[in-house]
Design a protein around this ligand. Structure first.
Ligand code: FAD
Length: 471
């Protein structure tokens, strides 16, 4: 029987796997392979939290393959020589994979596809991650979208064209002599720093974990999602972002499952959720069409903006959740403890860094990149540029989040703050939002007595810089 490599990347699942399905439908025995080549993703090689997740997800994928009679072959990069050597070892004639959209990875994949074809192999790639790929959605002028609302209007008219989900076969054909694999630890996905030890009580990486998270969401937080998605004190969202990033679930499966709930649940909640999947597609659309947007201000008018001089002590206080602003510290500590932060709080901490401290969004994006389990170049770049006001379809720079008002509105009982900043848990609720307003002797010990920046002065300085730069 002819053989084909199925090259797994950020599509660590077996259901809804277009590359695997195509290999099987073409009559090939698939050889599942994962190649670790982080340097090829520079300057955005995966951060530490991502790599910890990946290690567990690869383990889960290998188990799922073994239950079907196959196994995952692990190799070290560079990717092209690794593929060529496996093609030779297994006698395979083809390579199938699902596409990625990060600029460095896209360029690498194009080179690999060309080289494989030049060497006489069949090389085919598929959409495994998005509802609609970036080049399939165009404005009336045949260009890319820069604004979400018309983009989403366009996408909504096509949701009925999404593929129906499909399950992987119960057994997979297997080579009589599967190629040798590196042991997983040889990929060195985790370093000695064990800060992630507490993550795994919150997460189950892998396809089974993704399936479970989707089910829990459908039976729980989906009902009320439209309003509760902004409440960090509740479980009001799906927590599917790392599973989506690593391709442990296909977005069209989620969309399909949600559409099936139309009669059972509120359509407004379902529409609100589909819209977020739309934002995810939109982020990939922007990154594909504007590949510099992961490091450069999307809006060129910010080129002359007066960002503050880098201040390592302030940046470190932000990273460690020691700014003295409770909702900011709660978010940064949630991130450190779980590898995740609620979306509303991501916006608050990002606004605080870019506006109150006036640091360039790249400093924050880099920290998120290293510490988020869902770190995703497209979503992270869009989120930071949106909040900083430098993005394509961004919040205006002059709209500065007031972290005290945000906390009062979205964490009204101060529960989220109390959970992540236990120094404040014994304060009466109103004091948790701005403890510096208490008399000096009533302020909780062990917590900064004052914010690292006066909130009013920080806001005024940001607005002045904005006016001066004539952005
Ligand atoms: P849900 O509310 O359940 O949303 C469902 C899915 O939709 C998410 O899993 C995600 O894939 C997608 N989604 C939701 N909101 C957005 C959004 N604003 N933009 C793009 N896609 C979205 N998301 C990441 O996946 N990776 C990142 O690195 C990332 N960095 C961010 C940085 C900043 C500064 C901000 C403001 C947002 C960032 N986001 C990022 C978007 C968002 O915060 C997370 O996707 C969301 O919090 C994940 O939780 P959830 O799965 O429970 O979301």
């Amino acid at each position: 029987m002819a053989t084909a490599l199925v090259w797994f990347r950020n599509d660590l699942r077996l259901d809804d796997h277009p590359a695997l399905r195509a290999a099987l439908e073409a009559g090939y025995t698939p050889v599942p392979v994962y190649i670790h080549a982080p340097g090829e993703e520079a300057p955005w090689q995966p951060g530490q939290a991502s790599e910890r997740w990946r290690q567990r997800s690869l383990q889960a994928l290998d188990l799922d393959l073994r239950q079907r009679g196959a196994q995952l072959c692990l190799r070290h990069g560079p990717s092209l020589p690794a593929l060529l050597s496996l093609l030779q070892q297994t006698g395979a004639e083809a390579v199938f994979w699902n596409r990625r959209y990060e600029p460095a990875v896209q360029a690498r994949d194009a080179r690999i596809k060309q080289a494989l074809r030049a060497a006489g192999h069949l090389a085919r790639s598929f959409n495994g991650s998005l509802l609609f790929e970036p080049w399939t959605v165009q404005t009336g002028q045949q260009g890319p979208y820069r604004v979400f609302t018309p983009y989403w209007r366009n996408l909504q008219t096509r949701l009925d064209q999404l593929p129906a989900p499909w399950d992987a076969p119960a057994t997979l054909p297997q080579l009589p002599m599967p190629p040798s694999s590196l042991p997983l630890p040889a990929l060195r996905l985790s370093s000695a720093l064990a800060w992630d030890a507490g993550f795994w009580q919150h997460w189950q990486p892998g396809e089974a974990g993704a399936r479970e998270a989707l089910q829990v969401f459908i039976e729980g937080a989906l009902n009320g999602y439209r309003s509760d998605r902004d409440r960090p004190d509740r479980v009001g969202t799906s927590l599917l972002s790392p599973h989506l990033h690593f391709g442990e679930v296909a977005p069209w499966r989620i969309a399909h499952r949600l559409q099936q709930q139309r009669n059972a649940g509120s359509s407004a909640d379902i529409d609100a959720y589909l819209r977020e999947l739309g934002w995810r597609d939109f982020a990939h659309h922007l990154l594909h069409h504007f590949p510099d947007s992961a490091q450069q201000d999307f809006n060129p008018r910010f080129a002359g903006f007066r960002w503050a001089e880098p201040a390592p002590a302030l940046l470190q206080a932000w990273q460690r959740g020691q700014t003295g602003v409770p909702i900011v510290d709660a978010g940064m500590r949630e991130l450190w403890a779980t590898g995740y932060m609620h979306n509303r709080v991501r916006m608050i901490v990002a606004s605080f860094l870019c506006k109150h401290l006036r640091m360039h969004w790249r400093h924050g994006a880099q920290w998120f990149w290293d510490t988020l389990v869902d770190a995703d170049l497209a979503n992270n770049s869009l989120g930071w540029q949106w909040t900083a006001g430098t993005g394509a379809d961004a919040a205006p720079y002059f709209r500065v989040f007031n972290p005290v008002l945000q906390a009062r509105k979205f964490d009204p009982n101060g529960q989220y703050i109390a959970r992540w900043v236990p120094e404040l848990a014994s304060l009466p609720v109103p004091a948790r939002f701005a403890p510096w307003q208490l008399p000096a002797d009533a302020r909780p010990p062990g917590y900064p007595a004052n914010p690292i920046v006066d909130l009013e002065q920080g806001r005024d300085a940001a607005l002045a810089a904005y006016r001066d730069s004539k952005v």
